[in-house]
Design a protein around this ligand. Structure first.
Ligand code: HPA
Length: 279
């Protein structure tokens, strides 16, 4: 279990690397780390240098916290994240969000690679999370289990206004202006590391899910617990397979390759969003 002092100590170490004071956090998912190339005056802090920070073991996740200027804002970008399926605890997976809060960050924009469940979604499309279904979380695998430190957030957290409406509206406007296919949908968070069976995909669709992935919701829970504004966006890297006995199979290579189309689109949207901050 981490304590508040652990988040504060890590925040102090991060801020000792730079005179900049970031107010916006970015979390860059699988294959999306190249987005940091859009940051100016970059300071790169490897995760290993930050006490308590989990290091991703997954290909396509770089493992740096990059602080820099982007569209007139100072941002701290996580280039890669740790996942529950890597064996990290929920507290470890969400530690970086607590540290960002301790650094003075008030808004987090999370990204991920996701499988498209909605039949209208194509590879390379983006989907803003307007809501989520947290299947592992409902049965107790979530980062808010255990004693609650009231100084960090509320014991019982309302989830009806999780994904900031104004940020989403602005992102949709930017996408429309640039002809970027950006959907609004429901993200279903699973633990992974396996991709879903066709029966699971049909179940997720029947439950109202539009996209499926292995990250994000735990970080969102902690960010909301910490009182931060949240926006999250999936890059659809593959169309989830909903029938058996086809020649199709999902693999990680496919997920990483789609990042090449998704990164420029995501960069445009985030740039348009941040250039108008605060919204
Ligand atoms: N399922 C779960 N996670 C994913 C997928 C998927 O199809 N694609 C990228 N991340």
């Amino acid at each position: 279990m981490y304590k508040r002092a652990d988040f504060e100590r890590a925040a102090e170490v991060v801020l000792s690397h730079t005179a900049s004071r970031p107010t916006i956090g970015l979390v860059l998912g699988s294959g999306l780390g190249a987005l940091v190339d859009a940051l100016a005056d970059r300071v790169v802090i490897p995760y290993e240098r930050i006490p308590g920070w989990p290091v991703s073991t997954v290909e396509g996740h770089h493992g740096n916290l990059v602080i820099g200027e982007f569209a007139g804002q100072i941002v701290a970008a996580q280039q890669g994240r740790a996942h529950f399926y890597e064996g990290y605890t929920m507290a470890e997976v969400t530690f970086p969000i607590r540290v960002m809060k301790a650094m003075g960050i008030h808004s987090v924009l999370l990204t991920n690679a996701a499988g498209g469940v909605n039949r209208r979604y194509n590879v390379g499309d983006l989907m803003l999370l307007e809501d989520h279904i947290n299947l592992p979380g409902m049965t107790g695998a979530n980062p808010l289990m255990g004693p609650n430190d009231e100084a960090l957030g509320l014991r019982f957290l309302g989830m009806a206004q999780t994904y900031d409406r104004r940020l989403r509206q602005r992102a949709l406007n930017v996408a429309r202006d640039h002809d970027i296919p950006l959907h609004s949908g429901v993200y279903v968070g699973l633990s992974g590391p396996f991709f879903e069976t066709p029966a699971e995909i049909r179940m997720i669709r029947a439950l109202g899910g539009d996209a499926v992935g292995m990250s994000t919701v735990n970080e969102v829970l902690v960010a909301r617990h910490a009182g931060m504004r949240v926006m999250a966006c999936s890059g659809i890297t593959n169309c989830a397979i909903d029938a058996v006995d086809t020649e199709l199979e999902t693999d990680h290579e496919e997920v990483l390759q789609a990042g090449a189309v998704i990164v420029p689109r995501l960069t445009t949207i985030l740039k348009g969003l941040l250039s108008n901050f605060p919204i």
